[in-house]
Design a protein. Structure first.
Length: 98
């Protein structure tokens, strides 16, 4: 019992001591940054208006390039059937057991 009480008291003391390391203001004032700028409020607003009118909500590079095929559907199906028959591609759930 003596070891248990000693262990618990040391754990409580360590937990109490670590609370001070995490204390800070509730408003997150440590992240506040002061800026000195030469631009006027009107310049910033005008730039924001232009950006809002020309900005695209679509992420860059998100469009997929389209491809127009000239192949006939029947010809592609025939080629696939031939590839399955000759064992060039797998078919079914088991696949090729070559």
């Amino acid at each position: 019992m003596n070891k248990t009480v000693r262990f618990l008291s040391i754990a409580a003391l360590a937990a109490f001591a670590s609370l001070g390391a995490h204390a800070d203001e509730a408003d997150a004032s440590q992240f506040a940054t002061q800026f000195e700028t030469q631009r006027t409020r009107a310049e910033v607003r005008a730039e924001a208006v232009v950006e809002a009118k020309t900005h695209s909500m679509e992420p860059a590079g998100s469009r997929v390039a389209t491809y127009q095929s000239t192949a006939d559907r029947a010809a592609v199906r025939a080629q696939a059937a031939e590839a399955v028959r000759t064992g060039q591609i797998s078919h079914g759930e088991i696949g090729n057991a070559m």
